[in-house]
Design a protein around this ligand. Structure first.
Ligand SMILES: NC(=O)c1ccc[n+]([C@@H]2O[C@H](COP(=O)([O-])OP(=O)(O)OC[C@H]3O[C@@H](n4cnc5c(N)ncnc54)[C@H](OP(=O)(O)O)[C@@H]3O)[C@@H](O)[C@H]2O)c1
Length: 166
């Protein structure tokens, strides 16, 4: 099963502080909507609580991971990685959208990651793996550096390199 992920990283690959993203760009929100729109997403319960109104995202099939016996309107609730993978297999394209614990657990299934690089280093307490330091991940597409409110950002795509037969 191959999954994609989408994440916005700061210059030190930090992704969040105290349950939220310390710096958010409008352009990144728009990009997130465009990349995930109409598809399935796997999201951790804590990240979902940081969404507007603490609710699942509209226009996407939300697979929410929690160990609690929750019923969440507008979401498919699952209680383990395996259950989430089974749920994702029944959907078309599925993107892992965080947070940190969810990215980490689903990392082995990721083949493509949409990264927004934000050229700032606010304090973070959650991080994404530095893909530039991972031998089997390559940046296959890098958009131009742009600016919003004096903050530089760019959209990139990383792909896992296929192992070649020796
Ligand atoms: N920069 C970005 O693009 C981006 C994107 C998303 C999130 N974030 C940031 O990431 C941070 C949140 O990350 P986080 O690691 O603290 O929380 P998280 O991954 O969003 O959610 C963690 C929760 O998910 C549930 N969970 C995780 N693995 C599970 C499993 N295998 N089985 C069942 N349930 C499981 C548990 O919920 P229960 O406690 O209910 O059992 C756990 O407490 C925030 O700061 C957020 O802003 C950043």
């Amino acid at each position: 099963m191959a999954l994609e992920a989408i994440v916005a990283v700061y210059a030190d690959w930090g992704i969040g502080l105290k349950g939220t993203q310390p710096v958010v760009l409008k352009a990144d929100r728009k990009h997130f909507r465009e990349v995930t729109g109409g598809d399935a997403v796997i999201v951790g319960r804590r990240t979902m609580e940081d969404f507007p109104g603490g609710k699942p995202l509209k226009g996407r099939h939300n697979i929410v991971v929690t160990r609690q016996p929750l019923a969440i309107e507008g979401a498919q609730v699952v209680h383990s990685t395996e259950e989430a993978l089974d749920a994702a297999a029944e959907q078309g394209r599925c993107l892992v959208i965080g947070g940190a614990s969810v990215y980490e657990q689903f990392f082995p299934w990721l083949e493509k990651i949409h990264i927004t690089k934000i050229d700032l280093t606010p304090e973070s307490d959650r991080w994404f793996p530095d893909l530039d330091a991972e031998a089997d991940w390559v940046c296959t597409q890098q958009g131009p550096w742009q600016e919003e409110g004096g903050i530089r950002y760019c959209f990139c795509t990383y792909e896992r390199q296929k192992k070649t037969a020796e």
